[in-house]
Structures are given as C-alpha cells and as structure tokens.
Design a protein around this ligand. Structure first.
Ligand code: NDP
Ligand code: MG
Length: 383
C-alpha cells in the first residue's frame, strides 16, 4: 500500500525536497495533497506533474487562477486557511508533512494532531508557540509526531530501541551559521544577502536568517523539549561547524548515541515519510576521510543574543516562547526587507519579551491573541 502524503507548503524548500523523495520512491508514496500560499506558478506546475487529489492555495485571491489552470485535470482545488484546517483533519491522507513556515503552520498542524494523524513535523514554530497544547492533543488523540528537523530526526533515530531507558540529556548540534566567530562590530553591518548564505544547508529565507542569528537553535531547544518530553536543563547546545553529527542523546549510563551523515534534508524527510522503514537511496555518502577533524565549541550567546533570549523564554514558559516567536517572525521579515539591521533583531525581541504581559497557563486563544499583540508591538520599533 502506498502512503498518501499531504505536503503542506509544497512550494517551499522542505516541500520541494519532499516531492523529490516522493518522485524517487513511486512505489512507496503518492503526493495526495499539495498546498502553497502565493507561489501559484510552482503549485500549478507541481499539481500537473504529481496529479494530487487535492490542491489548496491559502491566499484566497489566488483561487480562480489555480482553479482555471487545473480545470482540465481531475484535481479538487480549495482556498483559504479554513480549507487547510479542514483537509488536515480529514481521512484523505496518511501522513501530513507540516512544511509551512512560521506561525501560519500552527492551525493546520494542530487540526491533524487533534484527529490522531501521523504528522512529519518540519514546522518547528508550531511547538515553539503552543507546544503544551499540541503535545497534550497528541497524547489524547494518539497522533504521532515524527520530526523532520535534522537535529530532532537525529534524536528520534538515536531513541529507537531505547523506550525503557531514560534520557540524561540531549546535545543539539549547531553549525554556527555563516557568521560563526564574528563579533558585534562585524555583525552590525551585515546585510541579508550574506546572512542568507548558509555554509552547510540550503533552506528557505526565514530559517536561513534564524540560523545566522542562532535563533534557529533556540527554537529547536523548545521544539526538542516538547517532542521528547524533556526538562529544560536536559537540553544542551554545542556548536559543530561541519554539521556531520546531527545531534546526540546521552543516557543514564553515560553512553552517548549520535546520528551522522552529510547535511542533506532529503534524508530526514525520507526517514520521516518511510518510518519505521529505511529506504535504499543513492544520496551522497559520508566519507570520514574528507572530515579528518570534527570540532566542538560553545555557542557565543553574548554575540548571538537570540539564543540566550530563546533559552530565557523556554525557562520562563507560559506565553514567553509565543512572544519570542512572533517578535522573531516580524524582525526577520523586516531584516529581509532591509528595514532593520542584524543586531536590531535581538533588541526588538528583547523589548517584546519585556513588554508583553506574561500568561502562565495560556489557552489556544491566548496564544492567538499574544501572537497578534506581539506582532503589532514589534512593528512599532521600525517604520
Ligand atoms: P520556505 O519559505 O521555503 O517555504 C514555506 C512554505 O510555506 C511555502 O510553501 C509557502 O508557500 C508556505 N507558506 C508561507 N506562508 C504561508 C501562509 N501564511 N499560509 C500557508 N502557507 C504559507 O520554508 P522552508 O521550507 O525552509 O521551511 C518550512 C518549515 O520547515 C519552517 O518551519 C522551517 O523552520 C522548517 N525547517 C526547514 C528546513 C529547511 O531545510 N528548509 C530544515 C528544518 C526545518 P509559498 O511558496 O506559496 O509562499
Ligand atoms: Mg534544524
């Protein structure tokens, strides 16, 4: 039986690589549902090639264009966030790959989780914003969350066969991004083109900037906390610039398991879709002799303050990670539009964390309101 895959965010970096995995394994997977926000040209092209059952464009203004372009095909076309949510909660697919970027991915991912579906999770922001609600919903419904993020996929893989062995700690590896070793006097002048050049990975714009500021690692700490049910103190970050060890788990006997490979997101995507099987592929293999030394160092959180702010928000709990995420989405967008500088991103996030009222036990509506309020506040810091 082929697994029917719903790719939410099929036009993105994760979505496109997932379609490559599906195309390479036609006997295993079928692209059943594709979604995009506004890149209709690519969405239409993907739909013509993969002939999914359903296509959803979340920007409703683009509905007519997609509908008429696909009119000669047996493909149902829907539009709007409500359709994303409705189809996510339906029985029309087997695995939902959550590849929408940012807060926008929360509602559909949560709908799938509430219905007990299998979710291959790339959209880390869902767990950053509302990890408590999403994990409680998964426990209740029996939904399975399989991580796609390479670090979390590594940890997930290290935990195979260890169900009865408690974790002492996890070590999330970080490449350090394009500005590893740089100081504020350098960072003050960096522009988006440079910040988008990640040394080891090719990714969407938002996560590339998050990697350059180390916010990505902060978001990943919070993601790991909820995925693996960890205490904050059990989560450690280690800079490993070669990105060969994707992360590690230390058990109570002191033994450490690591998962390694060349940095290629298609591997964790394929693993999540094929789980619990491993599929044979022809991805490039790691040759250790090309990496005679693997290096490890602490993260410079004095320079890369976003990581410190994220850690602070994780320890504070409540709506603090939601504030962190919303402020970060606004400042990353502003940085990408050349409205603010690299270091200003941390300043604004810090201000938002200070100013937005703390809620200890937020409900879903509190998170929604907090997201809206923080975005509005963050935007007041620049024109
Ligand atoms: P991209 O920016 O490349 O793609 C984002 C996708 O989300 C696109 O399909 C886009 O549609 C869609 N989208 C954007 N805004 C909305 C919206 N408001 N409503 C619905 N859909 C929307 O991002 P990535 O693929 O890089 O990242 C996706 C997620 O995966 C992120 O959460 C990221 O942190 C995570 N991730 C990514 C990795 C990577 O290697 N790229 C690695 C690990 C995690 P459109 O194209 O039409 O705008
Ligand atoms: Mg990652």
């Amino acid at each position: 039986m082929k697994k029917r895959i719903a790719i939410y965010g099929s036009t993105g970096s994760i979505g496109r690589q997932a379609l490559e995995v599906i195309a390479e394994n036609p006997d295993q997977f079928i692209a059943e549902i594709l979604t995009a926000h506004s890149n209709t040209d690519l969405l239409i092209q993907q739909a013509v090639q993969f002939q999914p059952n359903v296509v959803i464009v979340s920007d409703e203004l683009k509905y007519e264009q997609v509908k008429s372009a696909l009119s000669g095909h047996p493909i149902k076309v829907f539009a709007g966030e409500a359709s994303l949510i409705e189809i996510a909660g339906s029985d029309m697919y087997d695995i939902l790959l959550a590849g929408i970027v940012g807060y926008a991915g929360l509602s559909s991912t949560l709908a799938a989780v509430e219905q007990g579906k299998c979710v291959a999770l790339a959209n880390k922001e869902t767990l950053v914003v509302a990890g408590d609600i999403v994990s409680a919903a998964a426990k209740k419904s029996g939904a399975l969350l399989i991580p796609v993020d390479s670090e979390h996929s590594a940890i997930f893989q290290c935990l195979v066969g260890e169900a009865h062995n408690p974790i002492e700690k996890i070590i999330l590896t970080a490449s350090g991004g394009p500005f590893l070793g740089k100081k504020p006097n350098y960072l003050i002048n960096v522009k988006k083109d440079h910040a988008l050049q990640h040394p080891n990975w090719t990714m969407g714009a938002k996560i590339s900037i998050d990697s350059a500021t180390l916010m990505n690692k902060g978001l990943e700490m919070i993601e790991a906390k909820w995925l693996f049910d960890l205490q904050n103190e059990q989560i450690e970050v280690l800079v490993h610039s070669q990105s060969i060890i994707h992360s590690m788990v230390q058990f109570e006997d002191g033994s450490i398991k690591a998962q390694m490979g060349l940095p290629d997101m298609k591997l964790p995507i394929q693993y999540a879709l094929a789980w619990p099987k491993r599929l044979k592929n022809d991805f490039k293999r790691l040759n250790f002799k090309n990496y005679p030394s693997l290096t490890f160092e602490s993260a410079d959180t004095k320079t890369f303050r976003n990581l410190a702010l994220a850690k602070e928000a994780m320890f504070k709990g409540g709506n603090a990670p939601c504030v962190l995420n919303a402020a970060n989405e606004v400042v990353v967008d502003a940085f990408l539009k050349n409205k603010i500088g690299f270091l200003e991103m941390s300043d604004i996030i810090e201000q938002c964390l200070e100013k937005v009222a703390f809620i200890e036990k937020p409900g879903l509506q509190d998170y929604k309101d907090c997201n809206t309020e923080t975005r509005a506040l963050a935007a007041t810091f620049f024109k």
